[in-house]
Design a protein around this ligand. Structure first.
Ligand code: SF4
Length: 372
């Protein structure tokens, strides 16, 4: 367990004389959309608890520059729960899990649509349709495509993200054609550590799926889970690996240690450690949605409002197999901390990032030469 005692205010920061110069370099780089160096990222994670508010304030400047004080609400619908053949050690739905979670096969599209409508009524801007399993069969895709279409029919401007595990190109195309906006598939941890948390699929499988979804035109969502025994080096490695995939949203989860899973009883995070990880993710993903995800209540505890200065999105309501805070309490926390709920009519990603997408006006279908 990480020590709860205070650690020195400054850590050895290669190339940075002190905390101020480290944070100043990180802020300047992030405002310019540059990734931090590995050394700076490690130095940030090594800062002590005395420096915590300085770290939050610095990363908070980047958050405000790109996202103001808006908080985007996301809502999870677990369409199929438990009974997964995969063995992800952190997961309560894994093969052999003894966790006493709800287990059920696919809920009907009508039920999912009803849940989505309620979430939208409560302020959710994105609905995430999730199902346990290694990956969908084509009949599963049909079922989810029907659900996506029904939700879009009810509320055309709600964002629908789908999370079904490993995906083929044809399946990704079908989800995009049905109106899905995004596909979510986390990398979870550093490549070097992946075999320690799962033996039934690989880090490369996950990277492939995210690339497949992106190629189909689905907005890529991919993040990680912390509190699984990873080192600072591992935290930085997974952050940098995610940045290489250029996701539009990055959920940051903190392990929910379910009894009955291999990582049950593992409580190694402190609120301060969680905040430093979130600050690092803000510096690595300055203009990308960084989402406060599973485990925020139990690991950040009373420091959750500080995390809103780093993340610009949260999950509202319950998680896949565990309960979250009452929605009203979260909305009150967001308001009390001085933040506002992002409306469906507002763009999440900063305009400048959207402007980086240059529509092709040359090559095939034009009079202009191709970019070769
Ligand atoms: S994370 Fe997904 S693939 Fe892994 S055990 Fe859980 S439901 Fe199955």
């Amino acid at each position: 367990m990480e020590s709860m005692t205070s650690t020195p205010a400054t850590a050895p920061a290669d190339g940075h004389a002190d905390l101020d110069s480290l944070l100043s370099a990180l802020v300047t780089g992030a405002l310019d959309r540059r990734a931090p160096t590995r050394e700076a990222a490690l130095a940030l994670l090594a800062t002590g608890d005395d420096a915590l508010l300085d770290v939050v304030a610095a990363a908070g400047r980047v958050r405000r520059a790109f996202f103001g004080r808006r908080v985007k609400l996301n809502y999870l619908v677990n369409m199929k729960s438990g009974l997964c053949p995969e063995d992800c050690f952190y997961c309560s739905q894994r093969l052999g899990s003894q966790a006493e979670i709800l287990k059920y096969s696919w809920i009907a599209p009508d039920e999912a649509t009803e849940l989505a409508a309620k979430a939208v009524g409560a302020g959710a801007k994105r609905v995430c349709l999730v199902a346990s399993g290694r990956g969908p069969c084509d009949r599963d895709i049909t079922r989810v495509a029907e659900t996506v279409a029904a939700i879009k029919n009810d509320t055309p401007d709600v964002e629908v993200c789908v999370c079904l595990g490993l995906l083929t190109a044809g399946q990704a195309d079908r989800l995009a054609a049905a109106g899905a906006d995004a596909y979510s598939h986390n990398l979870n941890t550093a490549q070097e550590k992946y075999a320690d948390i799962c033996t039934t699929h690989t880090f490369a499988d996950r990277v492939d799926t995210l690339r497949t979804a992106t190629a189909a035109g689905l907005s890529p969502c991919s993040g990680a889970i912390f509190g699984m025994g990873e080192s600072d080096e591992d935290v930085v490695s997974v952050a940098f690996a995610l940045r290489e995939l250029d996701p539009d949203s990055v959920p940051v989860n903190f392990l929910i240690p379910f009894e009955g899973t291999p990582l049950g009883g593992r409580w190694e995070l402190t609120p301060a450690r969680c905040l430093r990880i979130l600050a690092l993710f803000r510096f690595v993903f300055p203009d990308v949605e960084v989402r406060l995800a599973g485990g925020r209540e139990i690991h950040l505890r009373t420091l959750q409002p500080l995390a809103l200065h780093l993340a610009n999105a949260v999950f509202l309501g319950d998680y896949l197999t565990s309960e979250g805070a009452p929605g009203g309490d979260d909305l009150a926390m967001i308001a009390d901390a001085g933040f506002t709920i992002e409306g469906r009519e507002e763009a999440t990603l900063p305009t400048a990032r959207a402007e980086q997408v240059a529509l092709r006006r040359r090559g095939a279908g034009t009079e202009l030469p191709a970019n070769t």
